[in-house]
Structures are given as C-alpha cells and as structure tokens.
Write a protein that binds this ligand. Structure first.
Ligand code: FE2
Length: 358
C-alpha cells in the first residue's frame, strides 16, 4: 500500500502546485479599470478598454443583446482586440482594447471582457437611437485633484441622480492632475464600474500634457484608456479630435492645448472643425473643449483661443460650448452678438467636478 499512497501524495502536491500557479496567473489576468467609450456612430460603434496586471493570452470581449436570463452569454459574439504593454510607470500595466461595431440602434447590450478564461462581470449599456429624440448626458469639468477622496462624490452622485436617463458622460478635460499611473488609478477607483456601464467621451486638458525638456508631451495613457470615434483631422490626433452624432445633435471634441500653441497643423485642424460644423445634418451642435472661449475666473481670459474659435462657433450657430479649466461654474451668451448677423449666439458653459475652486 506504500506505493499508491506515495503516488497519491505526489499527485496532491502536483495538483496543489498547479492550482496555485493557475490562481497566480488568474490574478494577473483579472480585468480591471474597464472603460466604455462611444467609438464612432453611437447607434452601432462602441469601444471598451481595460487593464490587467499581466497575462499572455488573448484580448477578447463577448457581446450579446441583453436578455433577462442568467445564460445570456450563450449566444454572445466574440470580438478580438489588441493589447499594449509598458506605457506607464508600472511594469505590470497591460492595456487592452476591443472595438464593437455593427450593433443595432436603440438596443440594450451586455458585454464582458477578458482573455477567454478569466472574465469581468457582465456590463450593460444601450446604443443610441437612429432617429432624433430627446436625451440627457452627464457633463463633468475638471476632476483633476483628490480624485479618490472627493472627485468620486461628483461622479457617483451624478450617476445616482441620472443613471436612468443619461446616455453618456462627457469629460471636459483635466481628468487627472498629472497623467501618471497613480492619478489614473485614482480616477478608475472613483469611477469604478460606472465607467464600464455608461459610455464616456472626453477631451484632453493641459494636465493631460506634461512639460519636458523637449516641450509639452501628450499623455502616454490617453489612447490606451479611450477609443473615440475615428475621424480626426490627422491620424496622429486620433482620440483627441473627433465628432459624433447623437439622436439629432452633433458633438465635436477639440483638444484645446494642441490648438493653443505653435502648431503647424493648426490650419488643418480648423478646416476639419469647419467641415464638421458646415456638414452637420442635425438641428443642434455642441462643441466641447477644455480651454474656455470666455473665462469666468478673473485674469484667465484667453484671447488667442477665443479669436481662433469664436468666428466658427458663431458662423455655424453652435448651440452649446462645454468647457472646463477655470474651476468655476458659469454660463452665458455673448449678448453683444445676439443681434446683427449672429442669429444664434452659442451658450458658453464652464464647469468643474473636482474640489479645486478658483
Ligand atoms: Fe486646465
């Protein structure tokens, strides 16, 4: 009887070793920091990104029309994505991205992400309708500082109030004070599963850039966290300039720090902006940009940026301009322009979501 007992002991040791190794590998593959974005036409195209601490197998998502049944995954489509390693300060930061396309308008979907073995929970979201229809969205100015401690309140309270009616969240820049692993970790802690459930769109602020000896350098994290509509003025501006149409409204996203500096691409960007506004088939238009056209904080008016944008905003009757940067709340028209050639002066709004107040 000695031999079978010995073999059984060896097997037990082997199994426990295997089980330990598998769990170790599992923990590296657990999806975290899951972010859903509008990835193109909001009736059919979305993008999801997430992070793992390691793992070498596939980057995949499953998506299916939501059904009120626990086996909702049985009919799910599998969509493969891409992964990127080593873009932040941490060695264990692997970013994953999957684009969903061909979805049906006005439809409730469930999705999960993982490596084919280790999965996230199922998230749910609803695509935009084809037709013009009233909708709401959450607009957040600079979250930026004390994100875990205090910015979390604004994100969570907004969601608690508006979860049943908001179609997406719009961030007007300076989501983090510095684009480092530590700040983005706080951002995802604050947003938690909301960021995987309600699609987001965002523009970069000045804090998404950092000053280096070679000048300002854009966030290494941004394009790994967001998968925005793919219609930038130049490919290198993917995820930073884009537009999309949501149920009768055209939204145009502008990376204002990129426009408000010496930039040989500026005319190309302005031409692209003018095309987006001129060729808008919708009744309404919204521009969102971090730097405000009109500041409501003393000494912070930016004439150069105002002179760049205002003529186009007024010429094409942009209805709403959503901004950040000034760490204040305010809204208003340029009353001097209500008469004359300008029939529809834009309503300018500045907002803030974090605790820093000017
Ligand atoms: Fe700012």
């Amino acid at each position: 009887m000695i031999r079978p007992i010995f073999i059984a002991c060896v097997l037990l040791v082997m199994l426990s070793d295997y089980s330990f190794a598998f769990q170790q590998d599992d923990s590296k593959n657990v999806p975290m920091e899951i972010m859903l974005t509008i990835g193109g036409d909001p009736t059919s195209e979305y993008c999801v990104t997430w992070r793992t601490r390691g793992g070498k197998s596939e980057t995949v998502a499953e998506i299916v029309k939501s059904v009120p049944h626990p086996k909702l995954g049985d009919g799910a489509a599998v969509v493969k994505g891409s992964r990127v390693t080593q873009y932040g300060e941490s060695k264990d930061r692997i970013s994953h991205k999957v684009r969903f396309s061909g979805l049906q308008p006005g439809t409730h979907y469930s999705y999960r992400v993982g490596n084919g073995k280790v999965w996230s929970e199922w998230f749910q979201f609803t695509t935009a309708k084809k037709e013009k229809e009233r909708f709401s969205f959450i607009y957040l100015g600079d979250v930026q500082n004390d994100i875990k401690s205090l910015g979390s309140r604004a994100i969570r309270q907004a969601y608690a109030h508006l979860a049943h009616e908001a179609s997406f969240m719009l961030f007007a820049g300076d989501l983090v004070s510095s684009s480092t692993d530590a700040y983005w970790n706080e951002f995802f802690y604050a947003g938690g599963w909301i960021l995987g459930s309600l699609p987001s769109v965002a523009v970069a602020g000045n804090h998404e850039y950092k000053n280096t000896s070679k000048g300002k350098v854009f966030s290494a994290h941004w394009s790994h966290l967001f998968g925005m509509p793919q219609n930038p003025p130049l490919q290198k501006y993917q995820d930073r300039f884009y537009w999309f149409d949501y149920q009768g409204v055209r939204f145009v996203a502008l990376d204002s720090p990129e426009m408000n500096r010496e930039n040989k691409d500026l005319q190309s960007i302005l031409n692209w902006l003018e095309d987006a506004l001129r060729n808008n088939p919708n009744q309404w238009s919204v521009v969102f940009t971090h730097y405000p056209v009109y500041s409501c904080s003393a000494g912070r008016n930016n004439d150069a940026y105002r002179n760049l944008l205002r003529p186009l905003l007024e010429k094409y009757g942009v209805d709403l301009v959503l901004q950040g940067h000034d760490h204040t709340y305010c809204r208003g028209f340029n009353e001097a322009n209500i008469t004359g050639d300008v029939k529809n002066p834009p309503l300018y709004v500045v907002s803030v979501a974090g605790p820093k107040m000017y």
